[in-house]
Design a protein around this ligand. Structure first.
Ligand SMILES: *Cc1c(COP(=O)(O)O)cnc(C)c1O
Length: 468
């Protein structure tokens, strides 16, 4: 399998180079040259005859064509097994019936209670394997306002060839979020609390990457949401869920609370590979760039509003470019033009001939914080289920956009309710307890240093704690 850039002006690469590479040199995102069809045993024709395969078995089947020839099937199966051993549900992503053929796909059974673990737990092992093969070492640096840092830390802890440095703004993350990062005891994890805001943290990370000498010497890297391997790992649960709720291979719809578009794009990829998908529904909070795009064709950068679903507070969805590339007939030059216009003008309109077919499959709706709280309450009253604010946005969108009650609707639950206890308590009066694996989180010792928002101090600290 080779990978091409969405902007069409970078040489194709194999999986391992794409894994470690991040953005393509032309500024685009990598996509596989072709979409491998699902094997008959997993696709629409599977039939209900046999016991459903395990999550791990499906994962290996689905991903093997994407990693070939770099990683063999046996080795992939071992990496998959190791990655999902950290999940506290045997099915990895359990499916819960909410009634009326509405299903909740629980993606929050990993170590940090959010769906990013599904991809990142595997990516940590993929990185480790490739770095050891190359005899290489990387230092991953990232800034977090609380949410993504812990998933990256859990993915990289104890992995050979990797050190990870995560900056968070001192005193400005929730205590659960901070403790999920700072109670990790692994020697290759380095938490830094910066005396400043999240923006200060991000500026420091940018400064490190702009510091050529330091970047090269330290082999700096990031684990960002445009990494192809993350999308690839997410395709798996669409295959699993469709098969579980319709073993006869009839169509299924999905609703996805969306931020950077990585998750819902994986659903689209699953459809391309043969999963019988009827509707793909995008749930947005007040940051509604995607519902507006679907309604008008126009993509417009605006200011970001803080909401109860912070992981979806974005101005532009970075993975949207992957869908635009596919929709425009894989015309990289065209995508490069669209992206240049968006950057230059702050907006761009996708032409009607491209938008027309999009609306046959895609739907989208946006909900403000009041509507999100109302949905959390409604779901609790109707099913007894507590859901987090991100999941609630997806559920509300599922109800608003569903066109055919005979087609099951699978709503993706992207975070455990205990990760956002304040919103859940405000909506329902109930405070969801942390699951058992994190029950003693508040008793564990924390490990972090406090530094001023100063590049020199940060470089000195990294030189101090990360072995050369
Ligand atoms: C990251 C995240 C999302 C958004 O996913 P994208 O792939 O960026 O669209 C939704 N919910 C939660 C809880 C997340 O952490």
């Amino acid at each position: 399998m080779r990978y091409v850039s969405t902007r069409g002006a970078a040489p194709p690469l194999g999986f391992s180079d794409v894994l470690l590479g991040g953005l393509a040199p032309d500024g685009g995102l990598y996509l596989p040259e072709t979409w491998p069809p699902l094997p008959g045993s997993l696709g629409a024709a599977a039939g209900a005859s046999t016991d459903p395969p395990t999550y791990q078995a499906v994962a290996t089947e689905v991903m093997a064509p994407f990693v070939t020839p770099d990683i063999g099937r046996e080795e992939l199966a071992q990496l998959v097994t190791a990655a999902y051993a950290t999940f506290d549900a045997p099915e990895v992503t359990p499916l819960t019936d909410l009634g009326e053929d509405l299903w909740l796909l629980e993606l929050f059974h990993g170590p940090t209670l959010a769906f990013k673990d599904v991809a990142l737990q595997l990516v940590g092992h993929l990185f480790e394997r490739e770095l050891s093969r190359r005899g290489d070492h990387i230092t991953i640096v990232g800034a977090t306002s609380g949410d993504t840092g812990s998933a990256a830390i859990e993915a990289c802890r104890d992995r050979e060839g990797i050190d990870i440095v995560i900056l968070h703004p001192l005193g400005r993350t929730s205590e659960v979020q901070r403790r999920q990062m700072t109670t990790v005891t692994s020697a290759n994890v380095h938490n830094v609390a910066i005396e400043g805001t999240f923006d200060d943290c991000q500026d420091l990370v940018k400064a490190l990457f702009a510091n050529d000498a330091f970047r090269t010497e330290r082999n700096l890297s990031a684990v960002n949401s445009i990494n192809w391997a993350r999308v690839m790992a997410q395709i798996v649960y669409y295959v699993v869920a469709a098969r579980r709720c319709r073993p006869d291979g009839s169509p299924v719809s999905f609703s996805v609370p969306t931020g950077n578009f990585g998750n819902v794009f994986a659903g689209w990829a699953a459809a391309r590979m043969g999963v019988p998908v009827s509707q793909l529904v995008i749930g947005s909070n007040r940051n509604d760039v995607l519902p507006r795009w679907l309604a008008t064709g126009r993509i417009r950068t605006g200011e970001v509003h803080a909401t109860l679903s912070p992981s979806m507070d974005i101005a532009i969805s970075s993975n949207h470019e992957r869908l635009l590339f596919e929709l425009s007939g894989r015309d990289g030059a065209r995508v490069a033009e669209l992206m240049a216009e968006l950057r230059g003008e702050g907006e761009v309109t996708v032409p009607d001939e491209v938008m027309g077919p999009v609306r046959e499959t895609w739907a989208a709706a946006s909900f403000d914080d009041d509507a999100t709280l109302a949905e959390i309450r409604r779901v609790y009253e109707s099913s007894g289920q507590l859901v987090d604010p991100h999941t609630a946005v997806g559920l509300a969108a599922a109800r608003a956009c569903r066109t055919d009650p005979d087609v099951p609707m699978v709503a993706l639950a992207t975070a455990h309710p205990a990760k956002f206890p304040d919103a859940v308590a405000e909506a329902t009066g109930l405070r969801p307890p942390l699951p058992e694996r994190l029950a003693d989180l508040f008793d564990r010792p924390e490990h972090y240093v406090v530094l001023p928002a100063d590049e020199t101090a940060l470089v000195a600290h990294i030189d101090d704690v990360v072995a050369r």
